[in-house]
Write a protein that binds this ligand. Sequence first.
Ligand code: GMT
Length: 378
Amino acid sequence: MRIGIVCYPTFGGSGVVATELGMVLAQKGYEIHFITYHPPVRLDLISSGIHFHQVQIEEYSLFHYQPYELALSSKMVQIVEKHDLELLHVHYAIPHAYAAYMAKKMLQEKGIDIRVVTTLHGTDITLVGSHPNYKTAVEFSINHSDVVTTVSNSLREDTYRLFDIKKDIEVVYNFIELEKYENHPLKGADCQRGSIATEEEFILTHISNYRPVKRAKDVVRIFAKVLEVKPAKLILVGEGPEMVDVKHLARELGVFDKIVFLGNSTEVDKILCYSDVFLLPSRSESFGLAALEAMAARTPVISTNTGGLPEVNVHGVTGFLSNVKDVDDMAKNALKLIESREVLNVYKQNALERAKEFSIDNVLPKYEAIYKSLVLTA
Ligand code: GMT
């Protein structure tokens, strides 16, 4: 099957899911065409079955905003025609589902019936998509996709609650490629923790894009409370608008020197290999792919109980859930996890066992069934 995948090529979870899905499909013999403005960060371009088509924007001074949707939908039409694609799978509604609808209409004029799957990822519904400035177009493009999926039950409910949706929405959870973690070259070789922390220190980790929705300053507050009781280090991975405030707060609380700032990284699996506790105190989170990646690396999770997080992180088993902003509770729970190495090892094993339920082997057949149902009825 020949499939076009449209996504954001950045470090965000939706782009990661789209990229990893495309790469696994290509390994299974699908012909995968990524259509984005930049090669996706986790894309291995030199692998068979993977093609990349860059959406280029002509800068024209008349425009205050360059018309990306026009360039994207034009590119989709060209690539569908040139490579005889059978289906477009767009990740993140804004503006991908809208551009796909336009491409579909343009292709219809040429006698081509392209099927469109839209996967909703989170903020395209909760924070951005339902804003009155975008809602009409987002609702329209969801209703005109052939199949709509969400990455959790919680996001499915949010979509029905926030929009007037006339279609069935199917939940297809995010997935993990466990082999990446299980066969990691560093596994069993103690992950060179020594380069990050002393033997007595526990390692807490947070990975995000440091947008306000992640509440990254709560990570520093939790860490400061943990440090009052246990020796520890905090690894911060990623970059984003709140990083300056995070550093400022870390200095204010006197914990700056105990934090390792790693910036954006494509080696998340190696970093998680060092970690003892993963912190995700988000205000809103449709799924929490970063938490799942941590669990796959045997790292239990301290998170909020918002959105889809309770569908991933099981309270008291793979970590703990707390109310948004309840820093005291999250710190208390983190201390429960690291009470002793023996206790921590139990949670670590539970985290891995839970992650296995989201293995690509369980999730991929769901996407494949959707693709087949659409292409065979075309
Ligand atoms: O969390 C972000 O800011 C990035 C965002 C994205 O769209 O790339 O992540 C969303 O999609 C991920 C993949 O499905 C989910 O795991 C994240 O929970 C979701 N983020 C939010 O809902 C805030």
